[in-house]
Design a protein around this ligand. Structure first.
Ligand SMILES: Cc1cc2nc3c(=O)[nH]c(=O)nc-3n(C[C@H](O)[C@H](O)[C@H](O)COP(=O)(O)O)c2cc1C
Length: 140
């Protein structure tokens, strides 16, 4: 199965999750701005939650730049302090483009880890979070 992993990340948390997903799927995680070069069976697409929403650039990418013909199925993931806002938005926008979205989604709660406004460094996952991500990919 051909898989791609694209992410949006300001502080590194979502990138760290994307990298675990990618290594578990035999591929490499890339920023969403790189887009898709070739058709994939499964696209993991993720981003962080900011002000109870997904990043504006990521939303624009899904709305206007993601080549829907290249995506057989999308799996949404997100990191957040605690809220599902970005995850819900990714699913909603992808569905609105007619993309088949897997009903399984992955939300990794970071609490205040990597909260850039508080000067906290992101991108460090606990062993438990890494195991959760690997198990999610394995179960799909
Ligand atoms: C400016 C800002 C706003 C945020 N707003 C929310 C929010 O509304 N809800 C939430 O659950 N987390 C919120 N967070 C926490 C982030 O979603 C969390 O740190 C996430 O892991 C960031 O992903 P990133 O490191 O990939 O950028 C916010 C963080 C920042 C820096």
């Amino acid at each position: 199965m051909k898989t791609a992993v694209l992410y949006q990340s300001r502080g590194g948390n979502t990138r760290a999750v994307a990298e675990v997903i990618a290594s578990s799927s035999g591929t490499i995680a890339k920023p969403y701005t790189e887009g898709l070069n070739e058709p994939v069976d499964r696209l993991f697409l993720g981003g962080g939650a900011y002000m109870v929403d997904a990043d504006a650039g990521l939303k624009d990418f899904i709305n206007s730049h993601l080549d829907t013909n290249k995506v057989k199925e999308l799996v949404a993931f997100s990191t957040a302090g605690g809220q599902k806002a970005a995850l819900t938005k990714i699913v909603e926008l992808a569905k609105a483009r007619g993309i088949k979205v897997n009903e399984n989604t992955l939300l990794i709660r970071m609490l205040l880890k990597g909260h850039t406004m508080l000067g906290l460094k992101g991108g460090k996952l606990s062993n438990r979070q890494v195991e959760t991500i690997k198990a999610f990919v394995a179960k799909l």
